[in-house]
Ligand binder design. Structure first.
Ligand code: C2E
Ligand code: CA
Ligand code: CA
Ligand code: CA
Length: 275
């Protein structure tokens, strides 16, 4: 028994070492991938639930890796955050997305995700506004999504950055609402224009009464605070219908389509005469 215990530890050491090595490879790779624009924007449709019309897209990062194929953000965003590369990654992604989307139908908006650590950069607003100016994408079509809030370690700075962004007409959404990182107190900290209900509640709301109650409560909260709601993670029509019944304004999820590349998004827009 003792022996097998020791073997088990040896195995753990080995797998931890492999994991560290894999992480290091990703970190080195990421450093080159950003300037080479291998981190590309994918677009997920956002639907106006009252009209059924496409209202815009959420921009989601993907790494088009030369040998490993498409890598999802949960694998590399945390590394980018820990190493400080997230700032460059984020601005590169915005530049690519704005250039692609500026000629799309003027009614279509873009929602981009910002890491809390980016709200510690006093120049963030200026940097984003510069990318908007250089690409010719209108600030009024941009929404910025923020989750959790390591930003509370310097709330005045975060508030001032957000103030500059909002002065330009950029809107602000509180992402993943209802999860531990994103809750009621955050609604008062920053001047949000929208709440996004986390997909964990939406995906379970037809089977789980607690989830359904939480979704109902959040939509009522949105009503009383005059904050429109986006529901993420809509996978079937039953959920869509319940959300419409609750007066939820916008929705996104696999029901409408998976996040997809610039080229595929252009094709989709051409079919709908939205180019
Ligand atoms: P998020 O902002 O909550 O984005 C929604 C995630 O849910 C996306 O995963 C999307 O593909 C997925 N999703 C959308 N609809 C459905 C559905 O119907 N069912 C299911 N099961 N999933 C759905 P993705 O693209 O893997 O992104 C994961 C997270 O990575 C995002 O969560 C966001 O927090 C982060 N992320 C992505 N791009 C960026 C970025 O450019 N900057 C930052 N800071 N974070 C990003
Ligand atoms: Ca988001
Ligand atoms: Ca979410
Ligand atoms: Ca998230």
């Amino acid at each position: 028994a003792k022996n097998s215990g020791r073997n088990r530890f040896a195995w753990f050491d080995l797998s931890m070492e492999r994991e560290l090595q894999a992480r290091n490879e990703l970190e080195v790779g990421l450093r080159n991938a950003i300037p080479r624009q291998e981190i590309v924007p994918y677009f997920e449709q956002q639907i106006d639930l009252t009209t059924g019309r496409l209202s815009g897209f959420e921009v989601l990062a993907r790494w088009e890796h030369a040998t490993r194929g498409l890598i999802v953000p949960d694998t590399f965003i945390p590394i980018a955050e820990e190493t400080g590369m997230i700032a460059d990654l984020s601005l590169s992604l915005m530049r690519q997305a704005f250039l692609a989307a500026k000629d799309w139908d003027a009614a279509l908006s873009l929602s981009v995700n910002i890491s809390p650590s980016q709200l510690r950069d006093a120049w963030l607003a200026q940097k984003i506004i510069k990318v908007l100016t250089e690409t010719g994408f209108p600030a009024s079509r941009l929404e910025i999504e923020i989750t959790e809030t390591a930003l509370f370690d310097n709330l005045p700075l975060a508030q001032s950055i957000v103030g500059s962004l909002k002065n330009q007409g950029i809107r602000l959404a509180l992402d993943d609402f209802g999860t531990g990182y994103s809750s009621l107190a955050h609604l008062r900290a920053l001047p949000f224009d929208r709440i996004k209900i986390d997909k964990s509640f939406i995906m379970s709301m037809t089977e789980n009464t607690e989830s359904a109650a939480i979704v109902t409560a959040i939509t009522r909260l949105g009503d009383s605070l005059n904050l429109p709601i986006t529901a993420e993670g809509i996978e079937d029509i039953a959920v869509e219908e319940r959300l419409r019944g609750l007066g939820c304004g916008k929705g996104q999820g696999y029901l409408y389509g998976r996040p997809t590349s610039i080229a595929n998004t252009r094709r989709l827009l051409a079919e709908r005469r939205l180019l």
